[in-house]
Design a protein around this ligand. Structure first.
Ligand SMILES: C[S@@+](CC[C@H](N)C(=O)[O-])C[C@H]1O[C@@H](n2cnc3c(N)ncnc32)[C@H](O)[C@@H]1O
Length: 306
């Protein structure tokens, strides 16, 4: 090959190489441009997806918070209503308690006015007769002027009866049956303190078995009332429930043959379950009886023969 032909060949080769370089460079640039574009598109897509998912999260949280707030508000409202109702019922209980206390004070003042004691009356309420029942008892004595009163269970009631009998001015007297020697001694002291020795007697009568209705009841030894022929008024306020079921039931069957035909019997604590049952038994065993339930702190039953 001649020198010219070599030069032409080399020149052509250079041109081809240059062309290839140019085409290759162009392709490389296009490829890198496309890759950058695709990265860009991917990145934008990811950002969009992230933004969408964050927006969904925010929406969900907002819904949850709204739900929680609504349920919190409902609970708070329900609690407020409940505590309002509680406060209302506490207010009612306090108001009823105040009324009860006021009523007992009124009755106590009536007792002082009617009885004019020379010394303070013994403590009332709780185990003792409440003033409202005491007022009914005293009124019964002032109106009925009984000659003989027998009471089952001594205490403040013995003093009220003694004072009322003295107020009546006749020769009436009360015999208080007491099974417990300590309480018998305590009531005797009260009798002395109020100067009622002539009208009130406390008879210690231990509880002993009495056979009634085909079973045994613990009741006051009946020898304590042996010498009494006729009883005008009976107050049943003992023995205490702690001595046995239907502890006060024997009072009427045991004293019925001495109870004057126009006599009266008062049963305290008449609202208790035991006393409700006793009332039914008395009606069945000793009827026909007229029974008036007097609304009082513990319930008082006024019993007479029909
Ligand atoms: C309901 S209480 C008789 C209360 C009495 N009628 C009066 O007005 O005070 C019945 C019996 O419980 C007993 N008793 C009285 N006070 C008591 C007390 N504080 N604790 C336990 N027993 C008591 C006595 O034996 C009483 O005869």
């Amino acid at each position: 090959m001649s020198g010219t032909a070599w030069l032409v060949t080399i020149g052509l080769l250079q041109i081809v190489l240059l062309g290839a370089l140019i085409v290759g460079g162009g392709l490389l640039w296009r490829w890198s441009e496309r890759a950058a574009h695709e990265r860009d598109v991917r990145a934008r897509k990811e950002r969009r997806e992230l933004a969408t998912s964050m927006a969904e999260d925010r929406r969900e949280w907002k819904q949850r918070m709204n739900r929680a707030a609504a349920s919190g508000a409902r609970t708070a409202l329900a609690e407020a209503r409940e505590s309002d109702a509680r406060a209302g019922s506490v207010r009612d209980i306090v108001r009823r308690g105040e009324l009860r206390n006021y009523h007992q004070l009124e009755a106590l003042m009536a007792l002082y006015t009617l009885l004019q004691p020379t010394a303070p009356l013994p403590q009332m309420r709780r185990y003792a007769l409440s003033p409202d029942a005491g007022w009914v008892l005293v009124d019964e004595i002032l109106q009925g002027e009984p000659k003989i009163v027998v009471e089952c269970g001594s205490g403040a009631s013995t003093i009220l009866i003694g004072l009322a009998l003295r107020q009546v001015g006749s020769d009436g007297r009360v015999i208080a049956l007491e099974h417990d020697p300590t309480f018998a001694a305590r009531t005797r002291e009260e009798v002395e303190r109020l100067g009622l020795g002539e009208v009130a007697e406390v008879a210690h009568a231990p509880l002993s078995p009495q056979w009634l209705r085909g079973r045994s009841f613990e009741w006051y030894d009946p020898r304590a009332v042996e010498g009494i022929e006729s009883i005008d008024l009976i107050l049943v306020d003992g023995p205490p429930r702690s001595t046995g079921e239907l502890a006060r039931y024997p009072a009427l069957p045991m004293l019925a043959d001495k109870w004057a035909l126009d006599g009266t019997l008062l049963l305290d604590d008449a609202d208790r379950e035991d006393e409700t049952r006793i009332r039914e038994l008395w009606e069945a065993d000793c009827g026909p009886l007229a029974m008036d339930h007097v609304r009082s702190e513990k319930g008082l039953l006024v019993v007479r023969r029909r």
